[in-house]
Design a protein around this ligand. Structure first.
Ligand code: AHM
Ligand code: MG
Length: 334
């Protein structure tokens, strides 16, 4: 069978299915190219002098790693000049990044977490890039933060790259999820699976158990019932995994099922949760729903949330449809 490159896949989506226009096609190609550059930088590790802290903090008060800063710069630079974007926003920048006046402006907004799971870089565990594409509201010439505050259901595309044993790109254009594997010799992403589907029932869960004592009562009860296994109310055993890189945990769920949870807890209640709505929860919720799964905060569908600020945080429960519904049930009963 002929290999389908990402470029060919996108051209066919545009030409045969009319699902995307030329600007969105260019946008995805450019993001994918930037991800390749990030993959190369990560692959060099210590030899590239890219490990360790950058000696700065981002808007959320987190210490930035050198690779956080570098990945952000790679994505900004790659996407500035193509004419497909009106503005960008990132986990690593306080405010949206306008397209410089010397370049033409386009109709799309790009939001990203340039390097997710960056606490894992220095220990050589998978990290990733997450991105989400929105349309710039009509009549907005110089988009400010306001333009980005759209519910996740308005996303026109979303994806993530995982920099693991292989570099993969997962992509949705709103009609299923496709996975592309990076052919390092050729330097191109090649389609390796399409129409991904997360089994409705889960037998594996992902949560940082060390925070258990801080969770809300319904989450405590839910996880206690999972841990009780075959002898408990759920009547079956559940396995557990926690990579602490959302991209890697979500990718596992896309591949072999399960549920991923980053709940609200007493320490982070004030800030709304740990994961960010616009560039972590929304794109992942879009991808997971497109693979037949579900995503909730426990009480609301993530894609329905109306964002109130660029770096807003939310509780996240996503993956297997029936298991996500189960979590919502524990919250309703409470
Ligand atoms: P980051 O964007 O600063 O890397 O933070 C997000 C990451 C997720 O990838 C991961 O699921 C979570 O933080 C891990 O958090 P914890 O270290 O509390 O388990
Ligand atoms: Mg992140």
């Amino acid at each position: 069978m002929a290999r389908v490159s990402l470029s060919r896949y996108l051209i066919e989506q545009q030409r045969e299915h009319g699902r995307i226009d030329a600007d969105l096609r260019l946008l995805i190609e450019v993001v994918a190219r930037a991800c390749k550059r990030i993959a190369i930088a990560i692959g060099k590790g210590e030899l590239g002098g890219v490990l360790g802290s950058a000696g700065s903090e981002n808007v959320q008060g987190e210490v930035q790693k050198k690779l956080d800063v570098l990945s952000n710069e790679i994505l900004l630079e790659a996407n500035e000049w193509g004419g497909h974007l009106a503005a960008m926003a990132s986990e690593e920048m306080d405010h949206p990044h306008p397209i410089p006046n010397r370049f033409p402006k386009g109709e799309y907004l790009l939001v990203f977490d340039p390097l997710d799971g960056s606490s894992n870089i220095d220990v050589n565990v998978s990290v990733g890039t997450i991105f989400s594409v929105l349309r710039c509201p009509e009549g907005t010439v110089d988009p400010t933060e306001e333009a980005f505050l759209q519910p996740g259901s308005k996303q026109v595309a979303a994806g993530y790259a995982v920099y693991g044993p292989t570099t993969l790109l997962a992509l949705t254009l709103g009609d299923g999820v496709a996975i592309f594997t990076l052919d390092r010799e050729q330097g191109s992403f090649v389609l390796t699976s399409e129409n991904l589907s997360i089994p409705a029932d889960a037998s594996e869960f992902a949560i940082n158990m060390s925070n258990q004592r801080h969770w809300e009562a319904p989450m405590q009860r839910y996880v206690a019932d999972l841990l009780a296994g075959a002898e408990g109310p759920r009547g079956k055993n559940f396995n557990m995994r926690w990579v602490a890189s959302m991209v890697a945990d979500v990718h596992r769920i896309l591949t072999r099922g399960g549920v991923f949870i980053y709940p609200i807890d007493a320490r982070i209640a004030k800030q709304g949760g740990k994961l960010r709505l616009l560039y972590e929860a929304n794109p992942m919720a879009f991808i997971v729903e497109q693979a037949g799964g579900a995503a909730t905060t426990g009480t609301e569908r993530i894609l329905d949330l109306q964002p109130t600020s660029l770096h807003q945080r939310v509780p996240v429960v996503l993956g297997a449809k029936n298991e996500v519904a189960k979590v919502a049930e524990y919250y309703r009963e409470a």
